[in-house]
Design a protein around this ligand. Structure first.
Ligand SMILES: [Zn+2]
Ligand SMILES: [Zn+2]
Length: 433
């Protein structure tokens, strides 16, 4: 009884507001049009290269990522892992490649002839320190090709990435390229590198000191000046490439030169994930400051086998959508307009609202986007709504208009208006488009 009376006392108290968790954000309608545009351009372009869309689950068994991304990598340590009600360990996807490979194996795609070319788009989750264009929920658009070793496929994939950026108006990027070898040549290299890092341990930053033990390759990537000067003399992967890796890399470079795509060799470029082999690349934009990578990818020839499949070469890339949008914003690039214009149908009473239904239906059947007023606002405040929404066309339906079956169409830009008879409404689509 006591608790009930307590609750009833609280009934009129203002409830605390619930905000979104740190590091995630709403994408409001003003911004979704940008996402839709980017996504549309990507699907169209990727399909021209023979890729089809795959939609993978948002969460997977944790084991999938611990065996692919690696638990000791930066991404592995940032995973959102939780137990479900049966005590099974699940993880919100921190990236998509592992899931694509799992799907490839689960659906026995390897039994079909030809390579598998898929693209995906959607949110990924990493427990990072939130900062500009780096959120805990962020979006990626990526492409993967599984089942082919030909180095010209690396070339085609990189070219597809470059075409995509050009398509959305980003031309000032550089392509950084490196080869990190395969299992065979990486082992002797990592021994040499670890030895070198061990001898210089005292001069490395604390993060690099840790990394030199669990992920020595990643030390090469450190942006700190003190580490960079040590790393200048560190052994490089390209000096240790086996014959196959060496000839693969040579063909990738040759292929890119053949199609006239400029790239920069960056012998210290590595990737933050365990599964990469041979070709690695990044699209870098100077407009992003320190967060300069907008697309990253490479080969992962050993991952399919690592996840229990037959030996199968593969490669792919992922584009950071928020980072791309940050570049577009800096460059002042806006998505093209939504197509047909919007008309606001102003109504004054119940009778005109009912007429408004019929008119709106007529407009919509012509592909005209129509916003019918179903509030009791005055005409002047309805016009304010249209003005604020930057809606160019307003149709006014009042008592007189219904009687005469002639409705007022106002052009909010010029302020001009004209009466339109019922029969002419059927052709209004042409005028407003
Ligand atoms: Zn090799
Ligand atoms: Zn460092």
């Amino acid at each position: 009884m006591k608790s009930i009376s307590k609750r009833s006392l609280n009934i009129n108290r203002k409830k605390p507001m619930i905000l979104s968790p740190r590091g995630v954000e709403d994408i409001l309608p003003a911004k979704t049009s940008q996402y839709q545009w980017i996504e549309k351009e990507a699907s169209f372009l990727f399909s021209l290269y023979g890729y089809e869309e795959i939609r993978i689950p948002t969460f997977e068994r944790t084991e999938l990522f611990s065996r692919s991304v690696g638990e000791e990598t930066d991404v592995g340590k940032q995973m959102y892992t939780f137990l479900d009600k049966k005590g099974r360990s699940l993880t919100l996807r921190p990236e998509a490649t592992a899931s694509v490979v799992r799907a490839y194996l689960q659906h026995k795609v390897y039994a079909q002839p030809g390579e598998w070319k898929v693209y995906y788009m959607g949110p990924m989750f990493r427990y990072e320190r939130p900062q500009a264009a780096r959120m805990r929920e962020f979006r990626q658009i990526g492409a993967e090709v599984i089942g082919e070793v030909n180095p010209y496929l690396d070339v085609e994939l990189i070219e597809m990435g470059a075409q995509f950026f050009k398509k959305v108006g980003v031309t000032d990027f550089s392509i950084q390229l490196n080869s990190i070898g395969c299992k065979k040549c990486r082992v002797p290299y990592e021994i040499k590198l670890t030895e070198y890092l061990k001898n210089n341990l005292g001069s490395l930053c604390s993060l690099c000191q840790k990394r030199s033990q669990y992920n020595p390759l990643r030390v090469l990537d450190c942006k700190r000046k003190s580490c960079q000067s040590i790393l200048r003399k560190a052994p490089l992967t390209r000096e240790y490439l086996c014959e196959d890796c060496g000839s693969h890399f040579k063909k990738v470079k040759m292929g890119l030169e053949d199609i006239g795509l400029k790239f920069e060799l960056n012998p210290r470029l590595v990737r933050g994930l365990d599964y990469y082999t041979r070709t690695v690349f990044e699209f870098v934009s100077s407009l992003l400051g320190a967060q300069d990578t907008v697309c990253a990818g490479g080969r992962y020839d050993e991952l399919v086998q690592e996840l229990g499949g037959p030996p199968t070469p593969a490669l792919g890339f992922a584009i950071g959508v928020e980072r791309l949008l940050a570049i577009l914003e800096k460059k002042g690039i806006e998505p093209p307009s939504k197509g047909s214009s919007l008309i606001y149908i102003a109504t004054l009473d119940e009778e005109s609202q009912i007429m408004g239904y019929r008119i709106a239906a007529l407009f919509r059947s012509q592909g005209i986007r129509s916003w019918l007023n179903l509030s009791e606002r005055s005409l002047s405040s309805q016009l304010k709504v249209a003005h604020k929404g930057e809606i160019r066309w307003v149709m006014i339906i009042g008592e007189k208009e219904i009687k005469e079956k002639k409705f007022i169409l106002r052009d909010m830009q010029s302020g001009e208006q004209e009466g339109i008879e019922w029969d002419r409404l059927k052709e209004l689509g042409k005028k407003l488009k």
